[in-house]
Design a protein around this ligand. Structure first.
Ligand code: ATP
Ligand code: MG
Ligand code: MG
Length: 350
């Protein structure tokens, strides 16, 4: 059978690997860190830094197609592996989501609404950005931010210069603060033949910058629901995308605002493992393998709750609940803020 190469061996790589195995594929993980969660379930693991061209080359040669679980793959590594095997989702999807300014320019070019924003690369830019966007606002690093890391909120009382210093004076975007009623996300998928399907939007609640719960169904009226699905399809088509994507949205009385996109399976899509016959991981593997997409119809109402740090030690209690699907990542150390697992509680039929 064919082998799927996965860049990144975290929990997303692990769950992709399980889905791939279930469909009869072999998996080969490339991961710089030692003892990755995906290592326990993959057929093969290469532990090497992205700078190791030989390791990358033999990884690429050993697989039929390459996909990834995170968007911060160095450009030089991509240059190399792309010449050997197809990398899906494509380069443009990666480049677009790696940089918040490029991302917002792309989304705006599609006619989609983003938060008001300004680029910050110099002290002069910062002054102009605060002038343009105002406060309250959020200063975010253009690259590498996740789980609310790499962002500082600006209020009337905040000194923008110290906020930027806190972020290491790296290139940033200043975003106007959106007064949203709630947050939702759409997990969309696009196949190699251009077919698109979306899972139902989920409603997301964050705690300390980290996703806490995703609840299905989300509070959306019919037109908001349709808007969310259509804009996701627009993004997927515009990027000639293949695979699963997460689209994070703010819901406001004046319509949906796109927060950010992730060119991969997404934490807010974990509910699909117990809420649908075909989940986001199988959907992604199907897409990158060139198969037809599955039916992502939701059969149940679900609440997904992340288990962060020590919360994972509550497993004895959690496993008592017969309506809960338990997903643990097998990570050794329950550090604060670390995603250790999640639970999907079925709350009724869809
Ligand atoms: P992720 O782990 O989802 O990749 P991230 O570190 O990339 O997160 P964002 O998604 O940009 O960060 O922001 C994290 C959260 O902060 C959002 O889900 C939202 O709750 C809040 N937030 C971000 N930007 C804004 C904004 N412009 N207005 C209001 N709230 C915001
Ligand atoms: Mg993000
Ligand atoms: Mg986010």
């Amino acid at each position: 059978g064919a082998t799927i190469g996965i860049l990144g061996g975290g929990q997303l790589g692990r769950m992709l690997s399980v889905a791939a195995s279930r469909l009869g594929f072999k998996t080969h993980i490339f991961e710089p860190g030692a003892n990755p969660p995906a290592g326990h379930v993959a057929d093969r693991v290469t532990t090497a830094p992205y700078e190791d061209a030989d390791a990358l080359r033999s990884f690429a040669q050993s697989v039929d197609v390459i996909t990834y679980e995170f968007e911060n793959i160095p450009a030089e590594a991509l240059d190399l592996i792309e010449t050997i095997r197809p990398v899906l989702p494509n380069r443009r999807a990666l480049a677009t989501s790696q940089d918040r300014i490029v991302e917002k320019e792309f989304l705006t070019s599609l006619g989609l609404k983003c938060a008001p924003y300004a680029n910050v690369e110099t002290a002069e830019d910062l002054t102009a950005a605060v002038e343009k966007v105002g406060v309250p606002s959020i200063l975010k690093t253009r690259r590498f931010g996740y789980d609310g890391k790499g962002q500082v909120r600006l209020k009337d009382s905040t000194n923008p210069t110290s906020a930027w210093q806190e972020l290491g004076e790296t290139p940033c975007v200043l975003e106007g603060f959106i007064d949203f009623t709630h947050e939702v996300s759409v997990i969309g998928a696009r196949a190699q033949d251009g077919a698109v399907t979306c899972f139902d939007p989920g409603e997301n609640v964050h705690r300390d910058g980290i996703l806490h719960t995703t609840t299905l169904p989300a509070k959306l009226n019919r037109s908001q629901h349709t808007d969310a699905i259509i804009l996701t399809g627009q993004i997927l088509n515009a990027l000639d995308y293949v695979g699963v994507m997460g689209v994070e949205l703010f819901v406001t009385p004046h319509g949906l605002i796109v927060n950010e996109i992730a060119p991969r399976v997404h934490n807010s899509g974990h509910w699909t493992q117990n809420g649908c016959v075909i989940d986001q991981f199988e959907q992604h593997i199907r897409a990158v393998a060139g198969w037809p997409l599955g039916d992502g119809k939701r059969h149940s109402n679900v609440v997904m709750t992340n288990l962060i740090g020590e919360e994972v030690n509550d497993v004895a209690t959690l496993s008592q609940d017969s309506s809960v699907g338990l997903h643990l990542y097998g990570k050794a150390e329950a550090k604060p803020g670390r995603k250790m697992g999640h639970v999907n509680k079925i709350t009724g039929p869809a």
